[in-house]
Design a protein around this ligand. Structure first.
Ligand code: HEC
Ligand code: HEC
Ligand code: HEC
Ligand code: HEC
Length: 336
């Protein structure tokens, strides 16, 4: 078997499984700089979305991080000289790298379009190209083929909200034990997908003629709410599985798992969903006080599969029982 360019024949099955899990769980936030193009390449066709993005914390971290005293303290504790070094720790979550390879890349922006929609080198030219001048020139089959090709090339479309949520939480759980325990970096964000996607991050302008930045529909927000909590559970489990020592990191991840499990229990009292019950059963099978990495990764995989089942079978129309749980307004940072 050959995967990600590595030969596996000679390796024991358990090692193969753990390598695959590792590659999958880090893939989300560490984009290959050889595949990224940078946000400037999107402006020609997505100027309104780009304008919104320029007012987000994600954009501002590019200039602000190097001016922050907290960043300097974290870097000093970790003996990091240059927080913008392309092969360093910080750029993976705070910046977008573009270059020929991981060793030969430059940070060109903060957290940008491709951090959430996937590295665009393989799809930027084709994802919006119709056979004629406008969308009407395209048959339904042609449309399906265009979209499938973009997804195969790594595009994460808004429709695939479980994939987008996985990206958010691969950064926002901050799954790096040394960064937290030694560096004193925050051990994850107080993240909730509806509030955090419908506030400063929201850029639903493209399908609204570029003028109206519409909130996601109530149906869609209900699905976001469940997928957000469930994906938080998945990535908190994966983060706990990486823990090798007692400390702030392990305590924070265990507490986070407890919180999202409580959230999912409240959700399931309202909607009684089989996939959500599967997620809760998977989380209930692990012992957070004595973490067994293989068992926790296995539970995280079960959660992932249940999220896919949930997201692909739900349009939110039958989930109105969740409306009283949804946040009243979107989250706007007061940081920069
Ligand atoms: C040459 C014009 C062009 C460029 C450049 C471009 N796009 Fe698009 N984009 C489009 C068009 C047209 C569509 C609508 C496609 C459709 O009808 O499905 C689109 C749709 C999208 C969608 C929404 C898809 C959906 O299903 O709702 C996303 C996300 C997106 N583009 C991201 C990007 C990003 C990120 C970049 C830069 C890396 C980029 N685009 C660059 C033209 C472009
Ligand atoms: C795994 C992803 C990840 C990595 C790696 C990472 N950060 Fe962060 N960082 C985050 C997230 C997410 C936040 C937002 C936390 C929150 O919601 O308060 C953040 C916030 C910060 C803040 C703001 C803290 C505050 O109190 O407002 C600083 C400063 C910072 N990071 C510095 C660094 C430095 C320096 C490095 C490299 C040594 C680094 N980060 C690496 C994800 C990461
Ligand atoms: C923090 C992650 C994130 C970043 C950064 C981001 N997007 Fe998005 N994008 C999303 C999410 C989530 C949605 C769906 C939101 C919803 O349904 O409310 C979306 C939706 C879209 C859409 C469809 C909008 C519509 O009218 O429905 C387009 C087009 C798009 N993004 C393009 C871009 C471009 C271009 C950039 C960079 C300038 C960008 N995005 C940056 C997460 C992101
Ligand atoms: C590549 C990593 C990464 C991804 C992907 C990502 N974020 Fe972030 N996000 C960060 C970092 C890092 C910060 C903090 C930057 C700083 O403080 O300098 C942040 C900050 C934020 C903030 C501001 C919080 C505050 O109070 O300051 C919001 C809101 C946010 N992210 C929402 C989202 C949403 C929603 C998604 C997914 C649709 C997402 N993020 C995806 C890394 C990421």
């Amino acid at each position: 078997m050959k995967m990600f360019g590595i030969r596996f024949n000679a390796m024991p099955a358990a090692l193969i499984a753990s390598l695959i899990v590792t590659v999958i769980s880090i893939r989300a936030y560490a984009l290959d700089p050889a595949d990224t193009v940078g946000p400037d390449e999107c402006i020609d066709c997505h100027a309104p979305e780009h304008d919104v993005w320029e007012n987000t914390t994600h954009y501002k971290t590019y200039d602000e991080l190097s001016l922050s005293d907290t960043a300097a303290e974290i870097a000093e504790a970790l003996q990091i000289d240059d927080i913008e070094a392309p092969d360093g720790t910080c750029v993976n979550c705070h910046f977008t790298l573009v270059g020929d390879s991981a060793d030969d890349a430059e940070p060109v922006a903060g957290i940008s379009c491709e951090s959430c929609h996937g590295a665009a080198g393989g799809w930027i030219d084709s994802h919006g190209e119709y056979p004629g001048a406008d969308p009407e020139s395209e048959s339904p089959d042609q449309r399906a083929a265009r979209i499938a090709a973009a997804e195969d090339a790594g595009m994460i479309r808004p429709e695939n909200i479980n994939e987008i949520a996985a990206n958010c939480l691969s950064c926002h759980t901050v799954p790096n034990e040394q960064l937290v325990n030694v560096g004193g970096h925050p051990a994850g964000s107080d993240f909730e997908l509806v509030a955090w996607s419908q506030g400063e991050v929201r850029h639903n302008l493209f399908w609204n003629d570029g003028d109206t930045n519409a909130e996601a529909s109530p149906e869609r927000q209900r699905v976001f709410y469940v997928v957000g909590q469930a994906t938080d559970l998945e990535f908190s489990l994966r983060a706990l599985a990486k823990s090798v020592e007692e400390g702030v990191y392990r305590e924070a991840m265990a507490a986070r798992i407890g919180q999202v499990v409580a959230g999912l229990e409240t959700i399931n009292q309202q909607i009684d969903s089989a996939p959500v019950a599967d997620m809760l059963a998977a989380a209930g099978s692990i012992d957070v006080s004595a973490p067994d990495p293989a068992a926790i990764e296995a539970a995280a995989e079960k959660v992932r599969n249940a999220i896919k089942t949930f997201a692909s079978s739900q349009d939110g129309s039958t989930l109105s029982a969740l409306d009283s749980l949804l946040p009243a307004e979107g989250h706007h940072s007061d940081k920069y």
